[in-house]
Design a protein around this ligand. Structure first.
Ligand SMILES: Cc1cc2nc3c(=O)[nH]c(=O)nc-3n(C[C@H](O)[C@H](O)[C@H](O)COP(=O)(O)OP(=O)(O)OC[C@H]3O[C@@H](n4cnc5c(N)ncnc54)[C@H](O)[C@@H]3O)c2cc1C
Length: 500
């Protein structure tokens, strides 16, 4: 017989582990966490490239229910965040629930039994509720570059770093200048013989004010835990105030552009290079990047900035759209992830026999009621769903709000009792999405004059939350049953007659 669980969580990053902790707190122990890899950590397991670190201070980029007095630096590196998540899995005794090497291939809604049939690489199971925490940035994207297949050297993506390949003394092409690339460049520039950086659009870069957290500070947080909470609160509050400029008054961001330009001018003395590195869109339209060593690295004599995208590979020569060419030994892609075309959406088959990806395509793009649920996909919730991303703060705040929603969803199912499912109403989704897109119109992400991964192929912003994290928390505190149809297992004819 196929195994059945109350809840199947997919993914063991911050979202999946957080869901597991919340389920246990809600008294739900009949759940599994299905993870395709062989350890926990998600983003922070997969991105081990040199220089990988968080852009949000450590005390804010951690669970509020699992404060960590021992963060060694104000901004944590990948190794420490990964270790933190391993620690969370241990402390909250999540390991018995986790099934590694279990990639979810398909999830199909069974409208008669009111449950999800799940196929994984390790067998099948069914679940009353699915919580999909497969991550917004977990499937790397490598652009289709003519000639790449026949490149004789090494090729890899920043999120699948090949640590066996020694970059020392090599000629390396780095493709992309996003959040990962600007961390990689200064880390590998001193090692390589030559670094050719392909930049399609320059990012805005602000200094990274990073420092070790002193032993005294850590001792204080250990002895008086409320001081760590205070620190977190302060970090959160500052970002909460900043967000108004992004969402309502992008004009105010001009001042920040001046600071970023000054930051660049301190390291880049060549006016021609400075011009190439200066963005022509409003700061904030793309994610603002933090680095104090990116520009100094670009000024080094072994670095060439090509202000054009990689368009072709001819043998071992990489060729940019503007015609410039370089011979290289390795190509590293820092070209991001499948965000607005998240792969898990192709693997969920809803009540009407359509995949989530097909439903979204029919509706014109990704959308979800309160960032979590979709009509026709009963009892299926996502963590970091459509329009829940943040441009300036910690995604952990959003994840925790979505966990509140998930916890109430499971609670409500319990209160309704019996075999029951909640299916988001199309009207509720439309109303929610109208509000989200209405608010989006004024934001810097839509008006700032850039093309970013926040926008889908139709130019619609289906990724960012256009408000404060407090507003999101309020909107997801409780499940409003008025926004859902309650589905029950049809009562067989005979049983109905007997009870009548
Ligand atoms: C390099 C990098 C830097 C970042 N920096 C920041 C930052 O500074 N601040 C910030 O707020 N956010 C940052 N982020 C965003 C980050 O992704 C989120 O903050 C957060 O880690 C997401 O957690 P998650 O659990 O939702 O997803 P993930 O951490 O991506 O975890 C998803 C998990 O699901 C698993 N999975 C996926 N598909 C399947 C499947 N079909 N079956 C089974 N398992 C599956 C994956 O293997 C993975 O373990 C960064 C992301 C990257 C890539």
């Amino acid at each position: 017989m196929t195994e059945h669980v109350r809840v199947a969580v997919i993914g063991s990053g911050f979202g999946g582990l957080g869901a597991a902790v919340r389920l246990r707190r809600e008294g739900v122990t009949d759940f599994v966490v299905l993870e395709r890899a062989d350890s926990v950590g998600g983003t922070w397991r997969d991105n081990s490239y040199p220089g990988c670190a968080c852009d949000v201070p450590s005390h804010l980029y951690s669970f509020s229910f699992a404060p960590h007095a021992e963060w060694p630096r104000t901004f944590s590196g990948q190794r420490h965040i990964r270790a933190y998540l391993e620690h969370v899995a241990d402390v909250f005794r999540l390991r018995p629930h986790i099934r590694f090497d279990s990639e979810v291939k398909t999830m199909t809604w069974d409208g008669e039994r009111l449950c999800w049939d799940i196929e994984t690489t390790r067998g099948s199971l069914s679940a009353d509720v699915v919580v999909s925490a497969t991550g917004p940035l977990s499937d790397p994207k490598i652009p289709d570059i003519p000639g790449l297949d026949s490149f004789p050297g090494k090729v890899f993506h920043s999120a699948r770093w090949d640590h066996d390949y020694d970059l020392r003394g090599k000629r390396v092409a780095m493709v992309g200048t996003g959040a990962s690339a600007i961390q990689i460049v200064p880390a590998i520039q001193p090692l390589v013989d030559r670094l050719t950086l392909f930049q399609r659009t320059p990012p805005w870069v602000m200094p990274r004010v990073d420092r070790p957290i002193s032993g005294a500070e850590r001792a204080l947080h250990r002895a008086l835990p409320f001081t760590a909470q205070l620190r977190r609160g302060l970090l959160w509050g500052i970002r909460e105030l900043q967000v108004q400029a992004f969402t309502k008054r992008p004009g105010e961001l001009g001042l920040v552009e001046q600071l970023a330009k000054r930051h660049m001018a301190r390291s880049i003395k060549d006016p021609a290079l400075r011009a190439e590195l200066t963005p022509d869109y409003r700061i904030g339209c793309k994610r603002i990047l933090l680095s104090s060593d990116y520009y100094p690295a670009l000024a080094r004599p072994n670095v060439d900035v090509v202000a054009s995208g990689l368009s072709e590979v001819r043998g071992s020569t990489v060729v940019a759209a503007d015609g410039s060419a370089a011979e290289v030994d390795a190509i590293v892609f820092g070209t991001g992830f499948h965000v607005t075309d998240m792969p898990i959406a192709d693997r969920v088959v809803g009540a009407e026999g359509r995949t989530l990806a097909e439903s979204w395509a029919r509706g014109g793009g990704m959308e979800a009621l309160r960032g979590a649920s979709m009509p026709g996909f009963p009892n299926w919730l996502t963590i970091i769903g459509p329009n829940t991303g943040l441009g300036n703060s910690s995604m952990i705040l959003i994840i925790e709000s979505q966990l509140n929603y998930m916890a109430d969803f499971v609670r409500q199912l319990g209160v309704l009792g019996g075999r029951v499912a909640l299916d988001a109403r199309p009207g509720a989704l439309r109303a929610w999405n109208r509000r989200v897109q209405e608010r989006m119109r004024r934001t810097v992400w839509n008006t700032g004059g850039c093309t970013s991964w926040y926008l889908d192929a139709n130019g619609r912003n289906t990724t960012i939350w256009p408000g404060t994290t407090t507003e999101f928390r309020r909107a997801t505190r409780r499940v409003d049953l008025g926004e859902y149809d309650v589905l029950r297992v049809p009562v067989p004819q005979k049983a109905a007659e007997v009870s009548a």
